[in-house]
Design a protein. Structure first.
Length: 106
């Protein structure tokens, strides 16, 4: 097993425990953001809502969790399907959306 697959497997294991708050889960979500989300959600020219920009995220959050997940998984406008994280689960996407939007989703 190469190093990247081993690291990805470790990230999945850590993220699977996200129901238990802690530093490791935050660190794992940040690692996924850095590799899969940051290129667009940290570049204003992309048109994607920027990490921590609550004003840009508000209308998206207002659409509800189901719509957010559909857009993330299926792709929406300029966002590619799975948001460039082909191995992320729905639970991981929820954590990533919460991380980027600064909003706890229910």
């Amino acid at each position: 097993m190469n190093l990247i697959k081993l690291i990805n497997a470790g990230v999945v294991v850590i993220l699977s425990s996200l129901s238990f708050p802690g530093f490791a889960a935050d660190e794992a979500a940040q690692a996924i953001y850095d590799r899969s989300c940051k290129a667009c959600h940290n570049t204003a020219a992309s048109g994607a809502p920027q990490m921590g920009d609550s004003e840009a995220w508000a209308p998206r959050i207002a659409q509800g969790l189901d719509t957010l997940l559909d857009h993330t998984i299926e792709g929406y406008k300029g966002m590619p399907p799975m948001g460039m994280c082909m191995d992320c689960s729905e639970d991981q996407f929820i954590v990533l959306i919460e991380l980027m939007s600064g909003t706890k989703l229910e």
